[in-house]
Design a protein around this ligand. Structure first.
Ligand code: UD1
Ligand code: MG
Length: 449
């Protein structure tokens, strides 16, 4: 089957005042990335020929975010925000000659699934050749949405905005999600015929349904799920969107063979990759850029981002793995251990209370409790290298740049500022002095005075 030609228009000119933020609404993150990237991800299955973003003035941060995610797209700036119909009209100079369909998406409705968009494309191929396919849904609270008016043949006659609807129309709970697929041979003619004679004084894109019908064309509505079509206008809706996406990510992880001991307390990033037979305890948070291989155990209360974890490692409880942590096979990372930009080869153990930053650790080395790599002198970061089989005594401070040789030992409590040769002992603490009966003599002295 040949691919359907589709261009996507994303309407995102609104700044999102109800978010009460200095950042454009579509950049607020869901599962660790801006919501507009979540939306664009839903286009994978339809593979559009062109993407056009309609932005407001001064929203370069949005185009930067989309460009840095690798999308190719064009931008149209809508100077005055005169309505969704007016917003689409701004794309005419780019899309008027496009041979295919135009899919209109709203930047603040990012939870739509790829398979739902495919259904819309399929619906355009129906024998009645619908001019417009609208994605409808039945929300729990339909109050503010436009209503879809269905005729006796089951096709769509009009979309009536809530502000303009009569009681009868408002009692209908089939609502407009805003997602529309439109035959491009008529789109820009219809849009230029829109009027703003309505309650809000805006050029409504939704009126193209009525205009298509007047031109003798059929329109249809298909139904999607509310959890895909939530529009994000406030922080509360952003939080709701986050729970919806997290539930999807948890479900996918479990379907792919991960055990989640308490799914609702585990937070994934959109890109978390997990191998087979990984077990994740309660209250674990994954930031972006985490890849976990097979058989790994992540105990409760870990915070992990930008990290690669090889087979059968054991992490936590209460571990913090920061960007650049590269955890080898069978490594054990215990409680209150923080690791950043460090490579730990197979079998390394760092079980208690450590900071390991800008460090390379060879196979099987043991990092004692309280070991700190002093990687920053207030101006620059320096590397610590620990050889295979080394034994770093508890409470060792390794002042970087410094190198500890293979199979060497540092004495507990040492401050290591110079390189240590292979197989050596480095110890920097003062010799211990024992004074017999000191406490008895002290007591006598104090009581005499
Ligand atoms: C719109 C629909 C309504 C639907 C609802 C679903 C219209 C007229 N109404 O209403 O039927 O039920 O969405 O959430 O389309 N935008 C621009 N430029 C503009 C105006 C809007 O880019 O001039 C963008 C906004 O940034 C937003 C989207 O279009 O991403 C929707 O605009 P909004 O004002 O939220 O429309 P609603 O009143 O919610
Ligand atoms: Mg809206």
């Amino acid at each position: 089957m040949s691919k359907q030609n589709t261009a996507v228009v994303v309407l995102a000119a609104g700044f999102g005042t109800r978010m009460k933020s200095v950042m454009p609404k579509v950049l607020h993150p869901i599962a660790g990335r801006p919501m507009i990237l979540q939306l664009l991800d839903s286009l994978t299955d339809i593979d559009p020929d062109q993407i056009v973003l309609v932005l407001g003035p001064g929203m370069e941060s949005v185009s930067d975010a989309v460009a840095s995610a690798g999308y190719s797209f064009e931008i149209v700036i809508q100077k005055d925000r005169l309505g969704t119909g007016h917003a689409v009209q701004q794309t005419e100079k780019i899309l008027s000659d496009f041979k295919g369909d135009i899919l209109v998406l709203y930047g603040d409705t990012p939870l739509i699934r790829s398979k739902t968009l495919v259904k819309m494309l399929d619906a355009r191929k129906m024998s009645i050749n619908p001019a417009v396919v609208v994605l409808g849904f039945r929300p729990f609270d339909p109050a503010r949405y436009g209503r879809l008016i269905i005729n006796s043949s089951g096709n769509l006659d009009a979309i009536v905005e809530a502000a303009d609807a009569n009681e009868d129309e408002l009692s209908n709970d089939l609502c407009n999600s805003g997602v529309m697929l439109i035959d491009n041979t008529i789109l820009f003619n219809l849009v230029s015929d829109l009027s703003n004679d309505n309650e809000k004084g805006e050029f409504y894109l939704t009126d193209i349904v009525k205009l298509s019908r007047q031109n003798g064309r059929e329109c249809i509505a298909i139904e999607g799920d509310e959890e895909e079509l939530l529009g994000i206008n406030s922080r509360a809706e952003l939080a709701l969107a986050e729970t919806i996406i997290q539930d999807r990510l948890r479900e996918t992880a479990m379907e792919n063979g991960t055990t989640l001991n308490d799914p609702s307390s585990i937070y994934f990033s959109y890109d978390t990759k997990i191998g087979r037979d990984v077990v994740i305890g309660p209250n674990v948070f994954f930031g972006p850029g985490v890849e976990i291989c097979h058989g790994v155990l992540i105990k409760p209360f870990c915070h992990i981002e930008g990290t690669f974890i090889e087979d059968n490692a054991i992490i936590g409880p209460f571990a913090r793995l920061r960007p650049g942590a590269d955890i080898g096979q069978d490594v054990h990372i215990g409680n209150f251990v923080e690791i950043k930009n460090a490579t730990l080869a197979a079998g390394v153990k760092a079980n208690h209370l450590s900071y390991i930053g800008d460090t390379k650790i060879g196979k099987g080395a043991n990092i004692g409790a309280g070991t700190i790599t002093c990687n920053y002198n207030g101006y620059k970061k320096s590397m610590t290298v620990i050889g295979a089989g080394a034994f770093i005594g508890s409470n060792t401070a390794l002042v970087a740049p410094v190198r500890v040789g293979q199979n060497s030992i540092t004495g507990a409590g040492s401050v290591i500022t110079k390189d240590v040769a292979d197989n050596a002992l480095a110890i920097t603490r003062a010799d211990q002095k024992n004074i017999q009966d000191f406490s008895i003599k002290l007591k006598d002295k104090e009581e005499r005075e």
